[in-house]
Design a protein around this ligand. Sequence first.
Ligand code: UDP
Length: 327
Amino acid sequence: MSRVALVTGGAGFIGSHTCKRLAEQGIVPVVYDNLSTGHRANVKWGPLVEGAIEDKERLAAAIRTHSPECLIHFAASAYVGESVEDPGKYYTNNVAGSIALLEACRATGLGRIVFSSSCATYGIPPQLPITEDMVQLPINPYGRTKLMIELMLGDYARAYGIRSVALRYFNAAGADPEGQLTEKHDPETHLIPRALMAAAGRIDRLDVFGDDYATPDGTCIRDYIHVTDLADAHVAAVNYLRDGGEVLHANLGSGHGTSVRQVLSAIDRVTGRPVPVQMLPRRPGDPPVLYADTNWARQRLGFRPQLSDIDTIIATAAPSFGLEVRS
Ligand code: UDP
């Protein structure tokens, strides 16, 4: 019998890359997506069920029809700034949507979930690198929704035996090295795609939000993790649950920090195209430095990032913006 995973949000950026890796490992990805931000063209490795995350009956019907061994839950609203302006959207889509999903799992007896969580659940960390046992004090509604869902998953495990892995992503970046998928967000707010758009002349310049941080070059430091490495971690999490693994929370990052200026230098080095920039004041709510301790994911899931050095991330993302990569 073939293995099946139901992938909510499978038409989105990280979801679609995960579907590709699932299929390559012999697990059929059934995508459940309302295509509000995902793209139909990203659904290439299994069927698409169009449906809303809050539609418990439709989710339960999809589970009964396809008999997945695991649910991978990406579907969510994911803009930090928007979550501050419109928290109702985030609590509805993310928290209420996840309740519907958990209830559909309960109703159908599906007992394994891999969940897209975020380093935004930590807020401003008291220490670096960030370990999973650190206090989680998110500083925006987006991070709070992800933390609430992690807490719900813990309660559903204790009460109903639904086992889950919450993967706390750091900064997902890059694109499929074989060029079958690209990073497409509308609006695009993330550093690497915006910087590549500026290098390609698709926008006038990149606004750099602050160069007066207490970091070596004054710009913020983040932990960029290649989306294909993230995808592999999801496949590992599905196998971990199949093998009887208990509830797990794990950071997924490269384990090292890269500043905004280092990202810009990498784009110049890899594509030969300098990024035109404008320095602006700090963006409210940006922690100065974030990077992950990834030992837990390494030990529990065998996580070994292969593509997460910054030059490879840029080289795989650049073609989506019409930029060539210098050999
Ligand atoms: N950033 C920037 N200009 C942009 C977008 C982002 O200077 O147009 C900075 C941002 O302030 C942060 C880093 O780049 O320090 C990464 O931001 P992004 O929005 O990609 O991810 P976040 O870490 O906020 O989730």
